[in-house]
Design a protein around this ligand. Structure first.
Ligand SMILES: [Zn+2]
Length: 221
């Protein structure tokens, strides 16, 4: 091996050790890159990074019927989530409770863009994280979560919330960040995740014609 290539090997070795990255299970020292700057992930989010391979491909997402969404906005979720949600909303309606959704799937990139926009407006990073998950950490990446209207703490006082507490689990939905959640994440009574797949799969209407636009961001994680 000539002198030159030996130097190169040393250089490469240095590169690799310098990039010795924490693994995804590492809880200490997780960071996110926003506007080209590295930010520490707060303790209560650490270790909760969502596996990017679990983010559904946009083409597999389905739009919710517009009568279910706030201002008839285009909101996308996975097919199973859509089926379960429609069943749940219909049952709620029969019980006299109207459920409306203002957020569903949000990509990691979208979440990043939102945070970067607010940071450019000089908003406080940790303050923002009280209402927005760091990019890569939001359950909305999974396409199986929805935020009900109004997506704010007062939702906990609504008849909708009371109905969900009693009935949502029958449809496979759980309150991810409940009042007494052990993980230390702020209470998000409006945020529900579809978990169960035990319901009999029925066939869904054919795929919708347009691609998700990843809009409909309000707040919350
Ligand atoms: Zn949410």
């Amino acid at each position: 091996m000539g002198h030159k290539s030996f130097t190169l090997v040393l250089f490469m070795a240095g590169l690799f050790s310098a990039q010795a990255y924490p693994t995804s299970t590492t809880v200490v020292g997780e960071t996110v890159l926003l506007n080209g700057q590295s930010y520490k992930v707060p303790k209560y989010w650490a270790g909760k990074r969502i596996d990017i391979s679990k983010q559904p491909k946009p083409a597999t997402l389905r739009a919710l019927p517009s009568q279910l969404t706030l201002n008839k906005s285009r909101i996308y979720v996975t097919q199973k989530t859509k089926q379960a949600l429609i069943k749940m909303v219909n049952q709620a309606k029969q019980d006299g409770v109207v459920l409306s959704v203002d957020s569903g799937f949000r990509s990691e990139q979208y979440q990043k863009k939102i945070l970067e926009k607010y940071l450019k407006q000089n908003m406080d990073y940790l303050g923002l994280l009280q209402v927005v998950a760091p990019p890569g950490y939001s359950q909305h990446m999974l396409g199986n979560c929805v935020d009900f209207v109004p997506s704010e703490l007062d939702f906990s006082k609504s008849s909708q919330y009371a109905w969900l507490k009693t009935n949502a689990s029958k449809f496979g939905f759980i309150e991810s960040y409940s009042e007494d959640n052990k993980v230390g994440i702020n209470w998000e009574p409006w945020h529900w995740q579809f978990k169960s797949v035990n319901a009999t799969a029925s066939t869904d209407p054919p795929p919708i014609n347009s691609q998700p636009s990843f809009r409909a961001f309000k707040k919350g994680s």
